[in-house]
Design a protein around this ligand. Structure first.
Ligand code: NAD
Length: 418
């Protein structure tokens, strides 16, 4: 993408934009634009062939004013210091907009996990967990899964930590399997918050969700659950895509059957209820009421944004719009529910997992979903209040204004330390 930005610079410009409306001094804004600390470590493990290989790994603890650092660990060739710093900042403002008592962190190892065996990945993950041990803990820093990591890696980290600490502390990490202390409702949580936020936006804009048309880009965990739930709310899913391409039926299709087709064949493409196959870009520019980008960062750049015809976008993915695309959509009056709110269901239910681990008392799925509903609706209301109070053009700026003010208030209330 031509206007793809350095993610850390994007984060800082979003904070600068929000700072115009904040009752926070410039020196403190400067503090809120940088992580408190970043661990950079070299992990050397033995490969299955007996050779040693070195990997670079990071953990950024961006801000802990409101509680333990919280954020995922990603395994991807593009993991870099700046990316991890940016993602940890977004986590800080995500936990603040939904008002859960956690800070922001993020970690990662630069590698393509497809190139390694399970045994190699286990050695590498345990080696990283050893490095992380002094930094993490249920009251210090609580990692979680991210791109290319999941329950398996979380269980390895938990086991390494508990073994070395000679304790049981499931709350040291979230995103665990249910049998290892995971929470009901976690798998659906991101898609669920995406559609709760969309429903609230439709209500706010006086638009009817019943019969509204929806396009979903990316049919993985976040996207397909969002499609299923928005269909249950009475909307009509007309398009979906994955990395192999897109499908379209103006009369709508059954999102569950489309997912079953993807499970069987590896893609939504070829699903029988689809009228026609369309490209990934066409899915993003269809004339629909709601667009849910649920794939990767920077999916919509400024050029593509010119062609976006949806009225509302609910960002299930992290950073699906480039900053330049954001400006275009502001001009064309598209109501964008920012990622830090729309996809915050994931971290919110991670928070519930942590609470349950600490209580050693587990909730029903019904209770998890009810508590999530309350948190997302309250966050949306806070966003709208600030959006109207400052007559803002962009709901994203409103979300940052609310979130940054909360972090700054916590810092000020703590007083100064010599
Ligand atoms: P996933 O790997 O389960 O699914 C990603 C989907 O995107 C796949 O269907 C893939 O085929 C598709 N895709 C990839 N490139 C594409 C392209 N160019 N066009 C269309 N589709 C494409 O991932 P996920 O967990 O659903 O995460 C999706 C996004 O949501 C990411 O940005 C992630 O950071 C964000 N997110 C996820 C969670 C969560 O709990 N899963 C929480 C917060 C944010």
């Amino acid at each position: 993408m031509s206007d793809e930005a350095n993610p850390f610079e994007s984060l800082q410009s979003q904070i600068d934009e929000a700072a115009n409306y904040l009752d926070v001094g410039g020196d403190e804004i400067e503090r809120l634009k940088h992580p408190e600390r970043v661990l950079e470590t070299n992990l050397t493990i033995e490969g299955d062939d007996g050779d040693l290989e070195r990997f670079t790994a990071f953990r950024s603890q961006f801000n802990g004013d409101r509680g333990p650092y919280k954020g995922g660990i990603r395994y991807h060739p593009q993991v870099s210091r700046d990316e991890v710093k940016a993602l940890s900042g977004w986590m800080t403002y995500k936990t603040a907009i939904v008002d859960i008592p956690l800070g922001g962190g993020k970690g990662g190892i630069a590698l393509d996990p497809d190139d390694y065996s399970e045994a190699e990945l286990e050695r590498l993950t345990r080696s990283f967990a050893k490095e992380l041990r002094p930094l993490i803990g249920e009251d210090r820093d609580v990692p979680a899964p991210d791109v290319n990591t999941g329950q398996r890696e979380m269980n390895w980290i938990k086991d390494t930590y508990e073994t070395l600490e000679n304790t049981t502390e499931p709350g040291v990490i979230t995103g665990k399997a249910l049998d290892s202390g995971g929470s009901e409702g976690r798998v659906e949580a991101t898609g669920r918050s995406t559609v709760i936020a969309a429903r609230e936006a439709f209500d706010y804009l006086d638009k009817d969700l019943e019969g509204a048309t929806v396009a979903v880009q990316g049919y993985g965990n976040a996207g397909w659950i969002a499609a299923k739930l928005i269909d249950e709310m009475g909307a009509t899913v007309v398009a979906a895509s994955d990395s192999s391409g897109g499908i379209y039926n103006p009369d709508g299709f059954d999102p569950v059957a489309a997912k079953e087709h993807k499970n069987e064949t590896g893609s939504v493409v070829g699903y029988e209820e689809s009228d026609e196959e369309i490209t990934n870009d066409e899915v993003l520019t269809l004339d629909v009421d709601l667009l849910i980008p649920a794939a990767l960062e920077n999916a919509i750049d400024a050029d593509l944004a010119e062609d976006v015809a949806a009225d509302v976008i609910s960002e299930a993915a992290n950073g699906p719009l480039t900053p330049a695309a954001d400006e275009v959509l502001e001009e064309t009056d598209v109501f964008v529910i920012p990622d830090i709110l729309a996809n915050a269901g994931g971290v919110t239910v991670s928070y519930f997992e942590w609470v349950q681990n600490r209580q050693r008392f587990y909730w029903s799925e019904e209770r998890v979903n009810e508590e999530l509903e309350t948190i997302i609706v309250d966050a949306f209301d806070a966003l709208v209040e600030t959006y109207e109070e400052h007559d803002l053009e962009n709901p994203r700026t409103a979300a940052y204004v609310v979130a940054i003010q909360r972090v700054a208030d916590a810092f000020e209330e703590a007083g100064s330390w010599p």
